[in-house]
Design a protein around this ligand. Structure first.
Ligand SMILES: [Zn+2]
Length: 160
């Protein structure tokens, strides 16, 4: 179940995704929140401005692995604008992090790309989080906010 607090963190993910797009990166953003609801880390996609593996989901997982106890990681939540890719799902699971709440699914992203006639250039298979990390609790998509992500993705595709 999605609380008002969850929605606040998800809205921040939309802001981070917007910031990424405006900086020339892909529109994805993530927030790492501890057990008490405190934001520990946030990041955005930097695949054009840093390197091709710089997804925010793996960035916050690595930060958690380096800076949090295993107990704290297990209770932490990662909010994200788009469902984790296989690389990021794996990093999340290896870091022993807790719940993931995503706004839009990988399946939605594929559908939106098809609608726009965009051919995926992803070098990896599109897998859902449970296909990669079956023990991670997952919630999403989030109706309403997913339309905002769709609009950002469409802007990103139009940029080429
Ligand atoms: Zn990823």
């Amino acid at each position: 179940m999605i609380t008002d607090n969850d929605m606040n963190h998800l809205r921040r993910c939309v802001e981070l995704a917007t910031e990424a797009l405006e900086a020339g990166d892909k529109p994805f953003g993530s927030v790492l929140v501890d057990d008490s609801g405190k934001v520990l880390r946030e990041d955005r996609n930097r695949t054009n401005t840093v390197d091709a593996t710089y997804h925010p989901e793996i960035a916050v997982a690595k930060w958690a692995a380096q800076n949090m106890t295993p107990e704290a990681r297990a209770k932490a939540v990662v909010y994200t604008s788009g469902e984790h890719c296989a690389m990021c799902s794996a990093a999340h699971a290896w870091a022993g992090l807790g719940r993931i709440v995503y706004i839009s699914s990988s399946k939605q992203l594929s559908t939106w790309m098809n609608e726009m006639g965009i051919t995926s250039t992803s070098p990896i298979n599109s897998l859902s989080i449970p296909e990669v990390a079956p023990d991670v609790p997952v919630e999403g998509p989030i109706a309403g906010l997913d339309e905002e992500i769709k609009a950002l993705q469409q802007r990103s595709f139009q940029k080429g």
